[in-house]
Design a protein around this ligand. Structure first.
Ligand code: GLV
Ligand code: MN
Ligand code: MN
Length: 438
């Protein structure tokens, strides 16, 4: 016997009334062990030996295996699967009796990882979404509209830029053909790799806008742990600017070329690296700046480097400050090119403005956590997320669980199981409330 959550004054059997009360008092709970078991099983796909982390770069064989595992779980739950042209997978739960045409309340995240990923980044949001649906189905609770759980392709952007590519295409922010043409760090294209792993489906891009979107994710930083609170209520996502910088100098003999006569691309890469760090420190919090990849050529001990290819990642919650950081970087690149006699070219790989989440959904996440007895704090997200793209098409917010020692993009990533469970329960009750609202 089921009940339709969110219908107040529902006149039904005693059993139905009890169930309504379980939902409304927040006593309905996901199965924490089942969530941990799935996280563990998925982490073993592309598992990094000797760690609990994974390497499933977008559109690799490991990504294909992860997709198979998760879509299998979706099928086991009886979800209607749709796969679009960039490989985004949406599992729709349509229990009998609800309007199949009503836009769903959607949750989800990603299952691709950076090359040295942990087991929670992205995966938590997807598997918690499955947990929400499995819990409701097992308890016979029917939400007031369909629910959906999605995993979006290439969220990480480590192999193919930009990051959040799948959700960006889903919301119409990037044309499918443009995304397919993107060349990755290994020279492969998105389109060819997607075809190779059989990841491409017939559903159209952009996809249909959900009624609401809410994503559960680990914080990936130290703020919640330091504050000693149970969950984070995410108010928005900081702006992201990724630039590829190519320095061309001249390779020469390391022993015979006087220091004053060098055009040393390796040295210039080092100058740029120290410059962006100084820039972030001078700007102060929340500006961050990272040179995460440097590729020297010919990369030999006794040869002055001819070329350097490096990446600069700048982020700030304030778009004006981010623009100023970009301007200062551009000025410094001109200046160092002049000083060192090299040529420098740049290419924008990603540029997303800061995003502010929907105040009503943010308030609801917070109120739901408090109703379940969980302490919270509000914070912006330092990392990019699929939710920042979905926010373009529907009211959206996020829930963060604490990250132990603030470690992420590292196989050592860890979150206390009790926090994972609390986050998934807040997701469950938030989704139910969103389904019940107009
Ligand atoms: C994606 O994980 C990013 O924020 O780099
Ligand atoms: Mn993520
Ligand atoms: Mn990530």
């Amino acid at each position: 016997m089921g009940c339709r959550a969110g219908l107040r004054g529902h006149q039904g059997s005693k059993e139905e009334e009890q169930l309504t009360s379980i939902v409304e008092t927040g006593r309905l709970r996901i199965d924490g062990q089942r969530l941990l078991d799935r996280l563990s099983a998925l982490s073993r796909v592309g598992g990094i030996a000797g760690t609990t982390g994974s390497s499933r770069l977008a559109f690799t064989d490991a990504d294909r295996a992860g997709r198979r595992l998760v879509t299998g779980w979706m099928e086991d739950l009886g979800l209607q699967l749709s796969v679009d042209g960039i490989g985004n997978v949406v599992g729709l739960w349509l229990p009998p009796g609800i309007d199949p045409a009503a836009p769903p309340v959607m949750t989800g995240s990603h299952i691709d990882t950076v090359g040295t990923g942990g087991r929670y980044d992205g995966n938590l949001g997807v598997l918690a979404g499955l947990e929400v649906i499995e819990t409701l189905a097992a308890e016979g609770v029917t939400p007031a509209r369909p629910l959906a759980v999605a995993f979006f392709s290439n969220e990480e952007g480590s192999r193919f830029q930009p990051d959040m590519m799948g959700s960006l295409v889903y919301v119409g922010g990037m044309a499918l053909e443009e995304a397919h043409a993107v060349e990755g760090i290994d020279g492969a294209t998105v389109g060819a790799e997607l075809a190779r792993i059989g990841g491409r489906g017939p559903s159209p891009c952009p996809g249909p806008a959900p009624h609401r979107f809410v994503e559960l994710h680990i914080e990936q930083g130290p703020v919640l742990e330091e504050a000693g609170v149970g969950l984070g209520v995410v108010e928005g996502v900081q702006g992201i600017s990724w630039t590829e910088v190519v320095v061309e100098g001249q390779s020469n003999h390391a022993g015979t070329t006087p220091m004053g006569l060098r055009r040393d691309a390796g040295y210039v890469a080092a100058e740029i690296t120290t410059f962006v760090r100084r820039l972030a420190l001078e700007f102060g919090h929340p500006q961050v700046a990272t040179v995460g990849a440097i590729d020297l050529h010919p990369n030999l001990i006794n040869v002055v480097a001819a070329t350097a290819k490096l990446t600069v990642d700048l982020r700030n919650t304030d778009n004006d400050r981010l623009l100023e950081a970009e301007r200062q970087l551009a000025r410094e690149l001109d200046a160092v090119a002049d000083r060192e006699g090299v040529s420098i070219t740049t290419r924008t790989l990603t540029r997303f403005d800061p995003v502010v989440f929907d105040p009503e959904v943010v308030d609801l996440v917070e109120a739901t956590a408090h109703r379940l007895g969980i302490t919270t704090m509000r914070l912006p997200s330092g990392a990019g997320h699929d939710a920042q793209m979905l926010a373009r098409v529907c009211p959206t917010a996020m829930v963060f669980t604490p990250s132990e020692n603030g470690i992420s993009h590292n196989p050592a990533e860890h979150t206390d199981p009790a926090d994972l469970e609390a986050g998934a329960n807040v997701l469950l009750h938030t989704m139910l409330a969103l389904a019940a609202a107009d």
